[in-house]
Design a protein around this ligand. Sequence first.
Ligand SMILES: [Zn+2]
Length: 272
Amino acid sequence: MAHPSFGNGWPNCARSNMVTLVRRDGLRLPVHRELADLVSILMDLTELAGGYNIVPSWTWGFACRAIAGTNQPSNHSWGTAVDINAPVNPRKRPLTTNIPRSVRELWKANGFRWGGDYKTSVPDAMHFEFMGSVADARAITARLRRFLSHAAPAPRQRTPATAPGEKGRIMELQRLLRVAPDGAIGPATVSAMNRNLIGWPPEVRRRTGRNVSLPGNSNPNLVRWLQRQGRRKGYLMTVDGSIGPQSNHLIVVVLGQADAICGANGYRAAVR
Ligand SMILES: [Zn+2]
């Protein structure tokens, strides 16, 4: 028996309460209008999360009838029961099913009783029937929707491929460094730069008093980036990706500010 809030069942089935749930795989499933969204979500999860394929021609919903072999109205007559993949989940003893436990638990956790759990009558593995009221169905549907909207991956923040001016130069640097390109020189950019760029030349070490020990081999793409900044600032230098006297000079005067080497200020000076 369905909850009274779902209206009449067999023999006075309320066909006007039914809607046809249409799925992309071609399934057309008549169910009670108050359950259509919930059934739709659970079928999606059955397939997407549960990995269990629902075969359209083996799957049924509303049917104005009694429980087989009785005068008791079937929950199908309220449109509150669905049968999934009937031929491989027959109503028979012993229990015969290929519905994964996770799928059964999914439906059971969301207000349905599974026919395979019947103890006093013949197990009916294809059969799921809703046990609650219309209000319960609405609350469970809303809860599932909230859960799914949280579970969905956050929309990817689209970073523009380029940005003009200083911000664009910083983003170019950040892409080379594999730092999220936000166009602002922060700690992540500074430490990535310091890890990647330069075996600081002796002049810089002397001038800053810092004994910075960094990899001697620079990333040529980063050196090229630095050299482009130098060209932009009017230094006559070749953009060749290797650190020669000119690049050293640039590093000393632009990046190697006494208080800025290996800090954000030097890199900000380079892109200005
Ligand atoms: Zn059934």
